[in-house]
Structures are given as C-alpha cells and as structure tokens.
Write a protein that binds this ligand. Structure first.
Ligand SMILES: [Zn+2]
Length: 357
C-alpha cells in the first residue's frame, strides 16, 4: 500500500524534531565553505549530499554526530545563520509543513566571535524572513526555535537562561542533545528546574542510544516530550498471542501522553532500530502512545517529512487517516500557547477534511 506522494506533500505537516544544523542545503554548505576556505570531503552538491548520507549511515551515533562539523563550520556568522534559517523555512514550506520547531545549540556557533544572543537574533530574523517569503507565495507556516544544550558540555544553565530571555521572541522551548550514554539528563537538572519554574517547556533526547534508564531520568527531570524514545520498546513484552504487557516506565509514558519524537530514517541510520520494518513506531501507535514522525536531520538522512511518511506508508500500510492521526499527535505536542495549539489542530483537521480523510 502506498499513498500518492504529491497528496502526502500537500497534506499539512507538523515538524517537532528537526535540527537546524542538520537541514542545511548541500549547495549552501559548498558555497559558504568556499567563501571561508573550509575544506569539504566532496566538491559538488550531489557528491556532498551522498557523503553526508553515507557518513551518517555508519550505525554509530557518535560518528553520525561528526558530520555536523561541516555544517557548523558555515554557521558561525550572523549572515550564515540567517541564510540557513531562511532556507530551512523555505524547504519545510515546500514540503507542506505548516508548523515547525527547529532546534540548535547556540554554544556551537561562537567560533567567529558571535555572542549567543546575536546568534539567536540571526536565526530569528532568518526564520521571520523565511516565513514572510512563504506567506508571499501563498503558504502560511510558523517556525520557532528550540535552544539546545549539549549533554557533553560541562553542565551550565546558560542556554536555559538564554531560552527564558527569548521566550517571547520566537524561542518556544529548550532541548538536551548529544551523546546519550554516560551523560544522563539529570546532569542538567538546574536548567530543567529553572525552565520548570518559569513554565517553559522542554524536550530531552532519550531512548535513542541508551535504554529505559535514560528515558526514566528524562521524565524525572520533567521532560514534556522525548526525542526519539524508540527504546521504550525494551520496557514492553509481547506475548506469543501478540498481547502487549507494559512495564512501569512504558505505562507512565502512555498514561501521561508523553509525546515521542520519532525519526524513522535517522533511527535506522544510528542503529537505534535494526530496520524500518522493525521500527517500534507502528506497535506504539497501535497501543495508543503519542507517537510523532520527524526528520531529525534532513541533510544526513536525505529526507523530508513527506518522504518519512512515504516510508511508513510502504512499511506499515499506513493510509491518509494514519498520517492525520500522527500529525494531530504532533500538533497537540507543539510548544505553544493553548490557543495557538488549538488553532493549529483546527487547521490540520480542516486541511485533512478537505483532502477527504
Ligand atoms: Zn535529534
């Protein structure tokens, strides 16, 4: 069973987990690298796109993360950040996304003298210009920032404070990312407490390279959503007759309706799951978990949200009503006011109604 890809592209989509530095256009990496003399492993946009995809498919999250050196190299100036944020919105708009949250770590953009605030401002302006461009061509899209702290950096509340300072200026929330093993979320407990007291939502990458303990720690820290969370499957037993028996953690995640930001292609590339057919997304979806579909890094996974849904449709016989349900899960999980969330849900519902699903 497949869904027509043009229909999927037209369907309204919500993107919760898509890194700014993982969605740079290959041609932009080439052009900006040439301007600053940064050496690249390939000399044409097509060969560079191949290189990113292959290097990211090694099966190691740590190796996967090294590919970001080349995108980060061209994201050290206000002009570079502005252009990449603007193109990010254009690419999501072309993919039929109506609402997105882009995450990135300001601390990784200071090599050429930018302050973290100047970096946030450059991304904000780039996103705003991208949204205006899309609007001018007839597509309404909202993209807001999530500011990321890296778990391998020495724990500090600096990025949480930066998030608070910009919460009314296009920054929707906070994220914790980076190598998961050996760096439990609770190392950043001070940041989560600060955000929690101010009512600012946050998500934590957990249950990707590490198992249930990492997810439990993230929930104990107050995470509103979990990045990936595929390893929750380790806490679920499936009997011979197909009946599922949930452990305590899995039950908590299900009962609380914690949003799981799953990224099918990326999860296969980093070997968090063995293959797309084995991805726990369908099982979890069937059990009522609030599963969402995301790209993670469009450049490294050579993907779009349309493509991710296409892969799921092929693997799991998903049809348009399934895409609608998964998209509504994402709309219900956006880091926005209750009013903005309700508006988004209504927009998604009526667009799917118009598509006849
Ligand atoms: Zn991620």
């Amino acid at each position: 069973m497949t869904i027509d890809s043009e229909l999927l592209r037209t369907a309204p989509k919500v993107s919760l987990h898509d890194h700014l530095d993982g969605g740079v256009r290959p041609g932009t990496v080439l052009e900006l690298s040439a301007a600053i003399g940064h050496p690249l492993p390939a000399s044409t946009a097509e060969a560079l796109a191949d290189w990113f995809h292959e290097a990211a498919s090694s099966g190691s999250l740590v190796r996967y993360l090294t590919t970001f050196e080349h995108t980060l190299a061209v994201m050290q100036t206000a002009a570079g950040l502005h252009r990449i944020a603007r193109e990010y919105v254009a690419d999501l708009a072309a993919d039929g996304v109506v609402y997105g949250e882009t995450r990135w770590a300001p601390e990784q953009h200071l090599r050429e003298g930018l302050t973290v605030q100047a970096a946030v401002d450059a991304v904000r302006q780039g996103l705003a210009d991208g949204m205006a461009d899309a609007e001018a061509s007839g597509h309404q899209i909202t993209v807001r920032q999530l500011l990321t702290s890296l778990r391998t950096s020495s724990p500090s509340t600096a990025t949480a404070q930066l998030t608070l300072a910009n919460r009314h200026a296009g920054v929707a929330g906070f994220d914790l990312a980076g190598a998961e093993n050996g760096f439990p979320p609770s190392l950043f407990r001070d940041s989560f407490e600060l955000l929690g007291e101010a009512g600012v939502p946050f998500t934590i990458h957990a249950g990707e390279a590490a198992g249930p303990d990492s997810m439990r720690d993230a929930l104990d820290c107050g995470a509103h959503r979990l990045g990936h969370g595929v390893r929750i499957i380790d806490d679920i037993e499936i009997a011979a007759d197909g009946a599922a028996s949930l452990g305590e953690l899995a039950s908590t995640i299900l009962d609380r309706g914690v949003v799981l930001e799953m990224c099918p292609s990326s999860n296969v590339q980093t070997a968090a799951v063995g293959s797309l057919a084995e991805h726990p997304l369908r099982l979890l979806d069937g059990l009522g978990f609030r599963v969402t579909v995301n790209c993670d890094n469009r450049l490294m996974s050579r993907t779009t949200l349309t493509h991710e849904f296409e892969l799921l449709a092929n693997a799991f016989d998903y049809t348009l009503p399934d895409v609608r349900r998964l998209t509504l899960n994402a709309a219900a999980g956006v880091f926005a006011s209750a009013e903005q969330r309700a508006e988004l849900i209504e927009r998604v519902e009526s667009a799917f109604d118009a598509l006849g699903s």
